[in-house]
Ligand binder design. Structure first.
Ligand code: GAR
Length: 194
């Protein structure tokens, strides 16, 4: 366990939330990190069920609240996070949030950026493109969030080898394994450095 004063993390997710669950479980044994809340833009996202099971506060917001008003910003200010973590979150983060939380918003991308990034490149779309291009490896990129999709400074990357036999599903599985292994540790290291 890395020693540092108590820190607060807010997670954003749009879908299944398996990374959210993995991060929550990782920090359960580490009392110096509190998962303050999970925020989602999908009211039927499986991540909400996971939060119920995990006993974690979860909030839903719509796109208007996120992109056109200060609603989500005010909620975030109230939550007072040391780090905001996009864990499978698919909306573009508006300037008002980036300005208010400089160097405090990070994202995980399921490929080796700068390859396979940008608008429309998420989840299985990424893995399908990787498969179509017969890539010999893929991986994950954890990076700071700036005003452009997937272009902020890279914090950490990890790779996995691919073979021609890999399917889109098996690529997704390999990438998820890397995410589960690396993402919580990178979050912990960033919090320790603050
Ligand atoms: C993850 O693989 C994450 O890297 C990806 O969505 C998946 C969410 O899985 N994020 C993006 O594609 C962002 N561009 P999960 O809901 O099971 O954690």
């Amino acid at each position: 366990m890395v020693a540092f004063p108590t820190k607060r993390v807010v997670l954003f997710a749009s879908g299944s939330g398996s990374n959210v669950e993995n991060i929550v479980r990782y920090f359960r044994d580490r009392p110096n990190v509190t998962i303050a809340a999970v925020l989602t833009n999908k009211r039927d996202a499986k991540v909400l069920e996971r939060c119920d099971t995990l006993n974690i506060s979860a909030l839903y917001f719509n796109k208007t609240a996120f992109s056109q008003t200060d609603c989500v910003l005010e909620v975030l200010k109230g939550l007072d996070p040391d780090l905001i973590v996009l864990a499978g979150f698919l909306l573009k983060v508006p300037q008002r949030l980036i300005r208010n939380f400089p160097d405090k918003i990070i994202n995980i991308h399921p490929a080796l950026l700068p390859k396979y990034g940008g608008k429309g490149m998420y989840g299985s779309h990424v893995h399908r493109a990787v498969k179509q291009n017969c890539e010999k490896e893929t991986g994950i990129s954890i990076h700071f969030v700036n005003e452009n999709y997937d272009e902020g400074a890279i914090i950490h990357q990890a790779k996995t080898a691919l073979s021609p036999e890999d399917s889109v599903a098996s690529i997704a599985q390999k990438v998820h394994q890397l995410e589960y292994e690396h993402f919580p540790k990178v979050i912990e290291q960033l919090l320790a450095r603050q």
